[in-house]
Each structure stands twice: as C-alpha cells, then as structure tokens.
Design a protein around this ligand. Structure first.
Ligand code: GLN
Length: 292
C-alpha cells in the first residue's frame, strides 16, 4: 500500500488486518488495531468514532514498519515495549518473558496471604512483574528479586523505578540480585513469602511452541528440563532455609504439573499444600506452608 494524503485510519487498519491474516497471525484484528493506536497515539475509540481521520506520512511509516515486524512473528509486546499485568504497564523486551494473564492468579493467591511489612522473595523474577505488583499493592513490604540473567534484571530495574518510583529503590525496599537460584543469597535473610514462576516447559515441547514464543522469548525463561520440573525440585530443596517459620512457598505451574509439584512439596514437609486453578479451570498455582 502506497502513501497518499487522503489515506484514512480505517483504510490503513484494514490493510494491517489483511497483512497479518495473510501470514496466519492469531489475533489479527486486535494486533492491527493496537499497533495502529501505538503508532498514532490514539485509543480504541478512534477506530469506532474517528475512522475517517487521515494518516500522516510519519504514522504511515511507523505503522508499515510495525506490521512488517509483526508479520515476522515478533510478539506485539516486543514492538510496543509494554505489557499490562495486574493493572500496571510493565516494560518488556526480548530478555524477559512477557507477563502472562495466568500469572495474575499466582499474584492474587499470594495477596490473600500477604500482610503489611512482609518480606518477599521472587525467585526467577524476569521482568519483575510478580514482585513489583505485590509491592505496589501492599504497605511497607520489602522484596528481593533474583534472576540468573543480568539482561532480565536490567528490565526489572526499569520496571521497579516505573512502578514503585525511585524513592523506593533508594530506600532499598526492593533489591534485584543476579544469581543462580539461592546460591548467592544470604541465608540470614529470611522471608515470609517465597514466590516463583520458574521455567517449566518440558524441553521436548519447546519446539512445538508458537514462533512468537519459541523464536523471540528467552529460552532460559521457558525450559524446565527433561520433565519440566527441574526448577521446582531445586527451589523446594532449599526454600526452607530461607523461609521464616510459618512462611509460605508459592509456585506457578503448568496445567499438568499440579500433582507432581504438590507431591514434591509434601515430601519436603510442606503443610497444607494446595493446588489452585486458573480462570480456565486448569491447575495453575501450588502453595504450602513451611514446616516449623
Ligand atoms: N517471574 C517472571 C514472570 O512471571 C519470569 C518467569 C520466567 O522467566 N519463567 O513473568
């Protein structure tokens, strides 16, 4: 499609839809619309109420670039640089897993047990979406986010400033630490809550994931080893050393991992272990109390 000064918002939106559906993108209309809103600084209302608005040459240039990238299966969130999660907008890029709506179930479950002033550890923090939402929606809680990837932690740091403000960072209410699981943590530092959404996809399943995920999201945030349970075992093995008596451990899990993760936690002595379902009715969270 060539640019002309009479080109309207609706016309270029329809072109965007056709381009994306030609290569089999899933949510063609939503993606075409969101990218157009991103390029033009508009909102949902514009397509409905002001579809005859014309497009500037710059908007045209940006939109055609965005559509070209999306056609290559670059995730929408990598193009716009943001993803909404728990009513907050998180910065994302190719170094972190894009926050998923399913993970809100985990955050909400933790919040049911969260009290003012608690100390929280988020193991494999990625973008920081779990820890930062918990801190944003509580009072005087403090947190540590651990990730093995320095690139991911840079994103988490940007999000911490954006979501909590620089003052919180200066007061060290949130600390982001690079490390391999518990290896570099001080075991004098005890937590009320340990939460984790670790990589949990079985290695042999990775190849069948959609290209948006397989080719553009970090493999280290996805791959849970041969049986998908590698990180649950490692975290369950050591979490007790870092939990206060009466503290709780929370995991996000894959839909078919509830039974096994529950068993691993029970074998390690966790009490009142529960498997909680997501909005689709699938097992999504396992949690339990630290034995004292
Ligand atoms: N904790 C982050 C999230 O939920 C990252 C998870 C991961 O990398 N597996 O988005």
């Amino acid at each position: 499609m060539l640019y002309n000064e009479k080109l309207t918002y609706t016309e270029i939106y329809r072109w965007g839809c056709e381009q994306l559906s030609a290569v089999g993108i899933d949510e063609t209309e939503t993606d075409a619309r969101l990218l157009l809103e991103w390029c033009c600084g508009t909102d949902r209302n514009t397509l409905l109420a002001h579809g005859d608005r014309t497009i500037s040459a710059e908007e045209y240039g940006n939109y055609t670039d965005c559509i070209a990238r999306r056609k290559e299966h670059v995730p929408l969130q990598h193009i716009t640089g943001g993803q909404d999660f728990m009513g907050l907008t998180f910065i994302v890029n190719e170094n972190v897993l894009v926050p998923r709506q399913d993970t809100e179930v985990l955050v909400e479950e933790v919040m049911r047990h969260l009290h003012d002033g608690m100390h929280i550890l988020d193991m494999c923090t990625g973008s920081g979406c779990i820890l930062l939402s918990l801190l944003r929606y509580s009072n005087n809680c403090t947190g540590v986010g651990v990730d093995i990837s320095a690139d991911a932690l840079r994103v988490a740091g940007q999000n911490a400033e954006k979501i909590l403000g620089t003052q919180v960072m200066e007061q060290s209410r949130v600390i982001l630490r690079q490390g391999n699981l518990f290896e570099d943590l001080d075991s004098q530092d005890k937590f009320d809550i340990i939460v984790s959404n670790p990589p949990y996809i079985r290695t042999d399943v990775i190849d069948s994931l959609m290209p948006e995920v397989k080719e553009h999201e970090p493999l280290s945030a996805l791959d849970g080893g041969e049986d998908g349970l590698f990180f649950y075992r490692r975290i369950i093995e050591r979490a007790g050393e870092f939990l206060m008596g009466g503290g709780m451990l929370f995991f996000e899990i894959g839909y078919d991992q509830g039974g096994e993760v529950r068993r691993l936690m029970e074998e390690a002595g966790y009490t009142n272990v529960e498997v909680i379902k997501d909005f689709a009715g699938l097992d999504r969270v396992v949690c339990g109390g630290n034995h004292v």
